[in-house]
Write a protein that binds this ligand. Sequence first.
Ligand code: ADP
Ligand code: ZN
Ligand code: ZN
Length: 742
Amino acid sequence: MFADVIIDIQHEKLDKIFQYRIPEEIEDKLSPGMEVVVPFGNGNREIKGYVTGISETCGYDLSKVKEIISISEQGVEIEARLIALAAWMKENYGGTMIQALKTVLPIKQKEKAKIKKRLRLLLDQETGERQLHFYLEKNQKARARLMAALLDDPVLEYELVTKKLNITMPVIRALEEQGVLEMESEQVFRDPVKKSEQKEEKITFTPEQRYIIEEFRKDYLTGLRKTYLIHGVTGSGKTEVYMEMIHTVVEQGKQAIVLIPEIALTYQTVMRFYRKFGSRVSIMNSRLSAGERYDQMMRARAGKIDVMIGPRSALFTPFPDLGLIVIDEEHESTYKSEQTPRYHARETAIRRAQMEGAGVVLGSATPSLEAMYRARLGEYVLFEMKNRSRMQQMAEVYTVDMREELKSGNRSILSRKLQELIQDRLERGGQIMLFLNRRGYSGFISCRECGHVIKCPHCDVSLSVHRDGRMRCHYCGYEQPRITVCPECGSHYIGEFRAGTQQIEDIVKEQFPGVRVLRMDMDTTRSKDAHEKILSAFANEEADVLVGTQMIVKGHDFPNVTLVGVLAADMSLYTGDYRSGERAFQLLAQAVGRAGRGKQPGEAVIQTYDPGHYAIETAAAQDYEAFYEEEIRYRELMGYPPAEELLAVLISGEDEALLEKGCHYLKEYILRLTPRTEARTVRVIGPASPGIDKIKDIYRRVIYIKTEQYGTLVGIKDRIERYIEINPGFDRMRIQFDFNPM
Ligand code: ADP
Ligand code: ZN
Ligand code: ZN
């Protein structure tokens, strides 16, 4: 037996994996993640390494392969646990060990972390001027130039001084030694809480909150580590519950990771954690440079912080004694990685927690089908929070049938009910949000008169219009010409839904003269911080109406919003994949939840051509249970996750003909393979378009494999990996695996 060993995890040298022979006496004990002592280099110096994998074959000249000396006796280090987690991820999500290691280990970049430095003048104006004269007399030009600049502006950016004033480091050092100036480096994570704000607001927990907190505490203190799912309506006080749970864990000398989707990681949220845990909290986000992120990871490893808050990647924070992982908004698709290994943070968190003796808490107002399914199977402990913590009422929701609007002669994108309510709010001074979802919009065809949507006869998902004018199924590849007459009612009023946020802004302005409108979409949020600026302008009531895409339904709370309009609910209903109903329900429920967060009760209008669709009906009724029952029935009927497991094999390459051939052979191979697996019900679908057929001249196809056991899919993945390795031709294609794609 042979072991893959990495020697150096400090630098960007993870690509260097060495193979060593495993001595028989430790064969049974060795597993990925373990620290071992190996001979290295020409002198066979004894050094430490980590096992990343074990195999029966060796890729090198057998006579040159060295043998592992021993398993390191030291206690298990955090790196060892993360490497073991990486091995699990590689196995369960595909890809290489190196890709997995790069995902889980904090990597120190070669280039130095960029720290913003500043120079600050320490002298008063008068002394400074005397010093300037002194330099000038001595003909010390560089020193004089810097001194003059500092007299103009007592705090200078280091970059500006070195690049624009051409001052070198020795000059700066000299002035520093003379006590003229000091160098400051901007600390990225200074405690942002002003002392005056630091006092923690005392709240009395609601009975629902208290129950969960106490149940968790009982489990935790008796050593039970479980996965909990908190299903709590927005505003029910979940965040307060998480903080209290974390408190329990920190009290025991352990640490906690809190995952929050980046878009919801707002200043307010962060402040709440700071108020409770002070400077022992750290935040990870995409604005940090690689170096800064590394520094945060090292602070965590050194035990300098107790709580790490961040998006998906914060899951791999190297805490020495991890006690709890919280995943807020657990249903969010951003928890699924889009890079190999395409892991899901929920499953990976549960795995990490198991390996390290930690608990997991999932929270959502609209739990994913996966999480609720597991909870109902008894794998997770389910907690419900049905009331808002301050007892605000849920919004009143009106569903408007747009077919009826058409029949009554209203061709506007705004229904009469919505127009009437907008007018009312403008008169009474409440704020309005108008929401148009375009995410995942796949160009489905529907009838404006009867609402009929063209679907795949085999897969029960909507067909998508492609540029060549044909309509295709993104699962099985079924296609047909684009239709121009409704097959249900014969109407010619059938086509793609075309409306953008810009158009809505124009219509609102035209129809309600003098109205102040803000718009938030891809176009208006390109620049950095634009997102925050628009939201805070709206929060400051600088506008009456906020028009936007799905971006506006998350994060901020606007207490003055008393009307929410969902302009085309259908756009999220037909995204051409099996999750469209779930995504639509979540978005609608969230959008509706935006109304009436303050003292005034709210109202919401959902405009649709299909008011009877279960996702719309249940979202309007704010009835998650009813939605879940319908949706899980559909998943079971069609064999989609979580009822069954689904593996997408993505194949891409530059040569289209070769790609087609490759897909053909691969599918044949998978079909030949499947009778040999235990499961009888393996189904292979495709090859089909993954939505976009070509990106940057690389053609793309996808084959889907559906079955009941996840393990069966892992086995098939392993076989495919070996198959493509030994078959020429596949080296000109790229094959990636996506388990239960989002
Ligand atoms: P969620 O995370 O479920 O949306 P939050 O924890 O953010 O809910 O709570 C919503 C609001 O209610 C916050 O402003 C929070 O401070 C407040 N809140 C939470 N629990 C209580 C409570 N027991 N008493 C009073 N206010 C509360
Ligand atoms: Zn029709
Ligand atoms: Zn199909």
